[in-house]
Design a protein around this ligand. Structure first.
Ligand code: LLP
Length: 395
């Protein structure tokens, strides 16, 4: 995608900036919609991965709902045109104002994360004279085999209702009479690359459903969250294998008749469509070690500093001999590195560098620490309007 014409265009912009390939985004959306529709699965894009308004408006064209974790995300989704009846709302610490806003907006479902929260939603719904649809987010204690900071489904994590509290809710089910307890929700973590993990999740979901059925509690929908990983090492494999992912759930989930199945993908939809463009400010030497200082830091892309994530880094403007570099940002923090001992063609001040696979949790996690300016964004868009129409009508 980065041919010399595009690189010459990119050189004209002030760095750092995000650069989104919306053609790839369209292709990825087409692939996930096609795979999900094989099994009649429903999708809600996890807005936390990328809340950029242009990106959201493209995603909304594919008739995918939104997964939100704050009142402001719900507002952003509604403003981007996502219909309320396709919005779900999770989050371990919803405020009363956010819950009231969600109830009054008539969103599809509030995914409740604790017994206490269930009681709060029940009483706020009573005050508003409404009966919102809710799902119980259960902590299934399934290891997602991913980085510890993005693992959410273990007993030691703060997320979801414990199996003990679920038992209490089951015993007092009829007391939550201002709520329509309609779903079970799970999200065990992010950047999951071992699909067997999802098989393990299905086994736990089946066991819980069996228990509820014995108590005559019938659940209309299951929401399995997000989590499918992308290939950071080889971003050339740009579209995740959505069919393999959904097939696991199709094969291993025991569904009740009429039960619908929902997912909340984030990273797998937008991850490969974005990159961070930055220039080399300085190349420093400490003995034999060379350190590149970029004009982007963890204020623009936090993932390497926070999760030791490896994003592929390429020098777009040098063809020199290969050398080893540590690659750092300008932020006054020791953790502000994008990589250590990275091989690049001989690099110098002014070279344009691309940090790949940054479309998810890049722009959305940017901060103004050190009073940095907010990061710019540009979009590549070469698909002709009529091609786009074709893609959309094929769905
Ligand atoms: N649903 C819920 C309830 C979530 O908490 C998340 C992500 C998702 C869906 C979407 O997961 P995905 O499909 O994107 O894996 N900042 C971290 C990732 C944090 C994910 C938080 N929750 C990163 O950059 O790796």
């Amino acid at each position: 995608m980065l041919n010399s014409y595009i690189i010459n265009q990119l050189k004209q912009y002030q760095t750092p900036f995000y650069f989104y390939d919306t053609d790839l985004l369209h292709k990825t959306l087409f692939a996930i919609k096609e795979a999900a529709s094989l099994f009649s699965f429903k999708l809600h894009f996890a807005i936390k991965a990328n809340a950029n308004k242009n990106i959201l408006s493209i995603i909304n064209d594919y008739n995918i709902g939104a997964d939100c974790v704050s009142g402001n995300e719900i507002k952003r989704a509604l403003n981007a045109g996502f219909p309320a009846h396709n919005i779900v709302f999770a989050g371990v610490g919803k405020t009363d104002e956010e819950i009231k806003f969600a109830i009054e907006s008539d969103i599809f479902c509030i995914n409740c994360e604790s017994l206490e929260e269930l009681e709060v939603i029940n009483s706020l719904a009573g005050l508003l004279n409404k009966k919102p649809r809710t799902a119980l987010r259960i902590n299934p204690n399934v290891d997602a085999e991913t980085h510890r900071n993005i693992t959410t489904g273990l007993n030691s994590n703060k997320f979801g209702i414990s199996v003990d509290d679920l038992q209490y809710i089951v015993d007092h089910f009829l007391e939550y009479n201002n709520l329509l307890i309609d779903g079970l929700h799970f999200h065990i973590g992010s950047q999951i690359t071992n699909l067997n993990v999802f098989k393990n999740l299905c086994y736990v979901v089946n066991a819980i459903q069996k228990k509820l059925k014995r108590k005559n509690i019938l659940i209309n929908h299951l929401n399995l969250g997000g989590g499918l990983g992308i290939n950071y090492e080889n971003p050339e494999n740009r579209i995740p294998d959505f069919q393999a992912y959904f097939s696991i759930f199709h094969k291993y989930l025991n569904l009740l008749p009429e039960q619908t199945v929902h997912f909340e993908p984030g990273r797998s939809i937008v991850g490969q469509s974005g990159m961070l463009l930055t220039r080399i400010l300085y190349v420093k030497s400490h003995g034999s070690k060379k350190t590149i200082i970029l004009d982007a830091g963890f204020t623009e892309l936090l993932r390497p500093a926070l999760y030791q994530a490896n994003h592929k880094i390429i020098n777009l403007t040098s063809q020199g001999n290969l050398e080893n570099y540590d690659i750092a940002g300008p932020i006054c923090e020791t953790s502000d590195y994008f990589g250590k001992s990275i091989t690049l063609p001989q690099s110098k001040r002014g070279d344009l560098i691309a940090i790949l696979s940054a479309g998810a949790y890049g722009e959305s996690m940017a901060s103004s620490y050190n009073l940095r300016s907010s990061v710019r964004k540009y979009f590549l868009n070469t698909l002709a309007e009529e091609q786009r129409e074709k893609i959309l009508t094929k769905l």
